[in-house]
Design a protein around this ligand. Structure first.
Ligand SMILES: [Zn+2]
Length: 170
């Protein structure tokens, strides 16, 4: 068996192979090589680096997985945010607003106060009930708003960390 000596075209390592071998993987750098024979020389040409290819596939898979995670997170938040929003009588959702709740409460308390002074007796009782309902509602909006903010912060934090992961892969 006739042996030929050539160098790896990728890393330059000396390689000794049987004359008939056309393809090989360099034992030093894992490059896939094709052996070319000319009248005067034998040399190798890099086809692809196995290592690179494997790494590429792993990267692609990792990227795909993180992208899917981002999509899933976004769609979960799209559903989830409705649970943390307020729904009005017409069925429209809106983000719970603390200022609006405060203004409403002040207005209702004002009206109740006027009732209390101008119409004592039974009407005053209505005023007190109004105030109680208004304050209860205000507290409810504040709790909802707190809940909404917390969920939003969590969503944003999770999304940021996924995007960071995605950048690290590239
Ligand atoms: Zn090599």
């Amino acid at each position: 068996m006739r042996l030929v000596t050539l160098n790896c075209n990728e890393c330059g390592a000396p390689i000794e192979i049987p004359h008939k071998v056309k393809f090989l993987t360099c034992a030093f750098c894992n490059a896939k090589l094709q052996v070319h024979h000319t009248e005067t020389a034998v040399y190798s040409e890099v086809l692809e680096r196995l290592e690179d290819k494997t790494e590429q596939i792993a990267d692609e898979l990792a990227r795909l997985k993180v992208s899917t995670d981002v999509e899933r997170l976004d769609s979960r938040w799209r559903d989830d945010r409705h649970r943390h929003m307020m729904r009005d009588k017409r069925g429209n959702y809106h983000v719970p607003s603390r200022p609006l709740a405060v203004v409403m409460t002040i207005v209702i308390c004002g009206i109740a106060l006027v009732m209390l002074f101008n119409a004592p007796g039974q009407m005053a009782m209505f005023g007190i009930v109004f105030v109680a309902i208004a304050i209860g509602n205000c507290i409810r909006v504040f709790l909802k708003a707190e809940d909404f903010d917390r969920a939003k912060r969590r969503y944003r934090r999770d999304r940021r960390s996924l995007i960071r992961k995605l950048r690290e892969i590239d």
